[in-house]
Design a binder for this molecule. Structure first.
Ligand SMILES: NC(=O)c1ccc[n+]([C@@H]2O[C@H](COP(=O)([O-])OP(=O)(O)OC[C@H]3O[C@@H](n4cnc5c(N)ncnc54)[C@H](OP(=O)(O)O)[C@@H]3O)[C@@H](O)[C@H]2O)c1
Length: 257
């Protein structure tokens, strides 16, 4: 299947590891140019260096903390210094890691909303003029299956990821006549080195294995590359009539339709 992603300029928030990094790698393989983001500039420079021979001149870095006003300005000004258009924005930044065991802790809810929703909205707002100049522009939000069904995730995280679904639908309808497609991917449990599931597995290997065996019909974790493939399909020319969609990639875990 020809995805027609070569030459596209792609910005991915939170892309120094996990789903974001796998998505960046996938786009690079397809011939796109990628702008990476994260707070730790050194780790982004290491990635750029390790990929530079394979994808010369196609990896850029816009480092900064997307949960702060200053960080957003820094990220946007770096992006504007490389390009006057963006074809694809993957709003991947998010986190479900709790800092409080109280699921009704208001500060915790605010923190989840900041990192999962407001960071990506602020970036989107700043990137909008660049997206308008893009070719068949696409926005992809990364939600989670916890947005759709009660699971053991923190309430604030689940609610923030539900907000992402609402946002996807609203933007898709309002921007369809501008030619901007907006879709959402809902990953299930995705394992990678340095990720949240590795941390949980170190704390309770048997409990995590049991959870995956019993809750995921396919009986395994997803790989970041499997989420990246769904993201790239939705941004591609092969998904030209798809907007406002929520694509679940979870090994069959969700029970609802
Ligand atoms: N992993 C899963 O099982 C799973 C399941 C469902 C949904 N998701 C969703 O998928 C998305 C990616 O998650 P992931 O697990 O692959 O990655 P992750 O481990 O959460 O990776 C976080 C990435 O974001 C960057 N980051 C963190 N805080 C930041 C900030 N304030 N500003 C800018 N960058 C920041 C990190 O780099 P620095 O540390 O250098 O900043 C890193 O590159 C998230 O939206 C998550 O909610 C994940």
């Amino acid at each position: 299947m020809e995805l027609e992603l070569a030459g596209k300029i792609v910005f991915i928030s939170g892309s120094s590891r996990g789903i974001g990094l796998a998505t960046a790698t996938g786009f690079l393989k397809e011939g796109a140019e990628v702008i990476l983001n994260g707070r730790d500039r050194e780790s982004l420079l290491d990635i750029q260096k390790s990929f530079s021979a394979k994808y010369p001149g196609r990896i850029m870095i816009a480092s900064g903390d997307a949960t702060t006003e200053n960080g957003i300005s820094e990220i946007l000004s770096q992006i504007r210094s490389f390009t006057s258009k963006i074809d694809i924005f993957v709003a991947n930044l998010g986190s479900g890691k709790p800092q409080s065991s109280d699921k009704l802790d208001v500060e915790e809810w605010k923190r989840f909303y900041d990192i999962n929703v407001l960071s990506n909205i602020s970036l989107l707002k700043g990137l909008y003029p660049l997206l308008e100049c893009g070719q068949s522009p696409n926005v992809i939000f990364i939600s989670s299956i916890v947005a759709k069904e009660k699971m053991s995730a923190p309430y604030g995280y689940a609610a923030a990821k539900s907000a992402v679904l609402t946002l996807t639908k609203n933007l898709a309808k309002d921007w369809a006549d501008k030619g901007i497609r907006v879709n959402c991917v809902l990953p299930g449990n995705v394992f990678f080195k340095g990720g949240r599931w590795e941390e949980l597995k170190e704390q309770d290997p048997e409990g995590v294995d049991k959870y995956i065996r019993e809750q995921v019909p396919m009986g395994r974790f997803g790989a970041p590359e499997e989420i990246a493939d769904a993201i790239m399909f939705l941004c591609s020319a092969r998904a030209g009539f798809i907007t406002g969609a929520s694509l679940v990639v979870d090994g069959g875990q969700l029970s609802i339709f």
